[in-house]
Design a protein around this ligand. Structure first.
Ligand code: PLP
Length: 379
């Protein structure tokens, strides 16, 4: 048996060879600390970090000065949500977010609730979308931040960021988006947001490095205090190879995202069609909403889901939803928020395609899934 068909690219992606090539010299040859301002080793590292910052800024339509490198999206989200709350508490103590956000957002909000902030968790409809009028009605004179993810990691459902921004920002309220699953999958810019986060390992860059974009007027204290790196935004010696890789990964991903999106959505749609023809009881969650081109959140009939999620004897790598909630005991909070009953949510998995995915992979995945469902539902 060959390696498992990997269809878990929303969990993480392999490092693109172009990215790896750019990173390698920064482990062994240019290993200086960018904070070493007195010699050429430090200068080389610092120049590479600033070049990566420009790559990210260019790809996202941002100013380089507004790009901070972090250890990943979770850190960016924590820094922004907690930082904004604490810095703007004098203006108001109300935050709005959505029930289907990543746990990094939800748990940051829970921490703030324990500190006396009020958080509104907006519901979503059966397609995973918020009601914009409901969002607008939830805004109060006390609201300091609205945080809505751009694309959902479990279902791929895409929120209408421009329309949300238009309703929020005119009132002087900050608008933040977690674009971790969006950057590189469709065109993303910071034009209409105040805060944006993303992560290297979701876009064929390395793990342990991410971006926090903050518009000029947004004041946020550092979450990690240290030697004043990143203009005091984040202490700690910079992860130079990671940052170099992230810069290259963002540039590559953003320059090819149009053609890659078409290819992936065709593969995904064909896979769904084939599964639906063979297994009429199968369901695809969020399918009626605008969705990421690579993602299919699938509810399997019968008892096949657990078997498929356990790696189907090493043949297929898919996941229950959020890789970051591994070992989950209950049903997905995203599917639950969409009104999917727990017994169906527990029979659901996320299939996510990526740059290396071929038609042969999706054909094989269809065979494995259809075979497992038929075998495990046969009476
Ligand atoms: N936000 C979303 C939407 C994600 O999918 C993930 C990762 O699964 C994260 C945040 C956390 O990213 P990181 O692993 O870089 O901390």
């Amino acid at each position: 048996m060959g390696p498992a068909v990997y269809l878990d690219y929303n969990a993480t992606t392999p490092v693109d060879p172009r990215v790896l090539e750019k990173m390698l010299p920064f482990f062994s040859d240019y290993y200086g600390n960018p904070s070493s301002e007195g010699h050429s080793y430090g200068w080389a590292a610092s120049a590479a970090v600033e070049a990566a910052r420009r790559q990210v800024a260019e790809a996202l339509g941002a100013r380089p000065a507004n790009v901070t490198f972090t250890s990943g999206a979770s850190e960016g989200i924590n820094t922004a949500i907690k930082g904004i709350a604490r810095a703007y508490a004098g203006k108001g103590r109300h935050i709005i977010t959505v029930k289907t956000e990543h746990q990094a957002s939800l748990r940051s909000c829970r921490t703030l609730e324990a500190e006396g902030f009020r958080v509104t968790y907006l519901p979503v409809d059966g397609d995973g979308l918020i009601d914009l009028d409901e969002l607008e009605s939830a805004l109060t004179g006390e609201t300091i931040l609205v945080n809505v993810m751009w694309a959902n990691n479990e279902t791929g459902v895409i929120h209408p960021v421009s329309e949300i921004a238009a309703r929020v920002r005119d009132r002087g309220i900050l608008f933040m988006t977690d674009a971790t699953q969006a950057v590189g999958k469709f065109p993303v810019t910071v034009a209409e947001v105040d805060v944006l986060v993303c992560s290297g390992h979701k876009l064929y860059g390395p793990k342990g490095v991410g971006v926090l974009y903050l518009r000029e007027r947004v004041r946020v204290p550092a979450l990690v205090d240290g030697g004043g790196q990143e203009h005091g935004m984040r202490g700690g010696t910079l992860n130079v190879p990671g940052i170099v890789g992230l810069g290259e990964a963002v540039e590559v991903a953003c320059s090819h995202c149009g053609s890659e999106a078409d290819r992936l959505s065709q593969l995904r749609d064909n896979l769904e069609q084939r599964l639906a023809e063979a297994l009429p009881a199968i369901r695809f969650n969020g399918k009626r909403a605008p969705r990421l081109p690579n993602t299919s959140n699938t509810t399997f009939p019968g008892d096949a889901c657990e078997y498929l999620l356990m790696g189907s004897l090493g043949e297929l790598a898919i996941s229950p939803g959020s890789a970051c909630a591994s070992g989950r005991s209950g049903a997905s909070h995203v599917l639950s928020a969409m009104g999917i009953p727990p017994n169906e949510a527990r029979r659901s998995a996320r299939i996510s395609l990526g740059r290396p995915t071929t038609e042969a992979d999706t054909d094989r995945a269809a065979e494995i899934i259809i075979g497992a469902v038929r075998a495990l539902t046969a009476t």
